[in-house]
Design a binder for this molecule. Structure first.
Ligand SMILES: NC(=O)c1ccc[n+]([C@@H]2O[C@H](COP(=O)([O-])OP(=O)(O)OC[C@H]3O[C@@H](n4cnc5c(N)ncnc54)[C@H](OP(=O)(O)O)[C@@H]3O)[C@@H](O)[C@H]2O)c1
Length: 285
């Protein structure tokens, strides 16, 4: 099966390449090979490749920077997916698009189901929601929302925490936002399973369980120290208000993924996935 992967150099792009099923003919394109905001190049490529499916893993993902770069964020996260979806519909290519828990406002107290009402708080979430709406104009599209994605490599919360914990004796981490840390490779395997099952519509997928950013950081510190990846660092809880990040984030963005499990299998708890990722990080050190 021939698959186009857009945004191949990102962390989910990497994870998709690393977990690609056997027999898959993957054309993995990074931003240099295809800028998804170049509508003419994108349309020509999708028409000429005649792939069975295209996975859009490209996005403007800097949540804080998006507040000051709204036009760029909407160009990449909303206008480009609209063009990708239109080109895929014309050439009979199935589209897989990735979205985020940040389309929700975080006022819920139970996990968000795929049909819950989105109400994003910041520019990033609004741009991702606009992308979802553009893609959903094509009923065959598969839209997968995930959350708090990290991997052994690449820019992500784990990498930032390990760096800060090495440089400092104490770090302050937000304790009043709750979500589910998700290993990029669990998500990648789920995407391949959903594609294989010819799923369509909105699906939620994260690892199992929930915690705060502070809980995630505490687990990283304890496990990394045990593996000898750092000497030790005090992880102090703070509030989102005191931390003062430029972009507002949902206080609670746990996704209800149960509808996806019959296809993907039940995911491992985020704590168990973190063990595996840190072991991979240690092996590479
Ligand atoms: N990371 C998370 O916690 C998380 C959570 C939920 C959902 N998601 C979604 O998952 C998807 C992938 O995220 P990720 O974590 O893999 O992010 P990432 O590591 O930042 O990867 C995004 C990739 O998109 C590329 N890109 C940006 N603009 C592009 C353009 N105009 N043309 C082509 N490529 C472009 C980036 O290239 P450059 O590096 O050159 O900019 C980067 O390689 C996104 O849709 C994101 O919204 C992520």
């Amino acid at each position: 099966m021939k698959i186009l992967l857009l945004g191949a150099a990102g962390q989910i792009g990497h994870a998709l390449t690393a977990t690609m099923p056997e027999g898959c003919d993957l054309l993995a394109l990074d931003r240099n090979a295809l800028d998804i905001t170049d509508t003419a190049a994108l349309t020509a490529l999708i028409a000429s490749e005649q792939a069975q499916a295209a996975i859009n893993a490209a996005a403007y993902t800097d949540v804080d920077a998006a507040e000051a770069h709204e036009e760029e964020a909407f160009g990449i996260n909303a206008e480009a997916p609209r063009a990708i979806a239109a080109a895929c519909a014309r050439s009979g290519t199935r589209l897989v698009h990735i979205s985020t828990d940040y389309v929700f406002d975080g006022t819920a107290t139970t996990p968000y189901r795929p049909d819950a009402r989105p109400a994003p708080l910041g520019v990033y979430g609004r741009s991702k929601l606009a992308g979802e709406q553009a893609v959903q104009e094509y009923p065959d599209a598969l839209l997968i929302r995930s959350a708090w994605v990290y991997d052994a490599h690449g820019r992500n919360f784990l990498d930032t925490m390990l760096r800060l914990m090495t440089e400092r004796n104490e770090i302050r981490v937000v304790a009043d936002q709750t979500g589910t840390p998700t290993h990029a490779k669990s998500l990648a395997r789920a995407i391949w399973a959903l594609l294989d099952a010819e799923a369509r519509g909105i699906h939620h997928f994260t690892d199992a369980g929930k915690t705060s950013w502070h809980g995630f950081a505490k687990a990283i510190e304890a496990k990394a120290r045990e593996l000898g990846l750092l000497d030790g660092c005090t992880v102090t809880p703070t509030t989102a208000a005191d931390y003062g990040a430029p972009a507002p984030r949902p206080a609670f963005s746990v996704l209800d993924c149960r509808g996806t499990w019959p296809i993907t299998g039940t995911p491992q708890d985020w704590n168990d996935e973190l063990d595996g990722v840190l072991a991979e990080r240690k092996a590479a050190a």
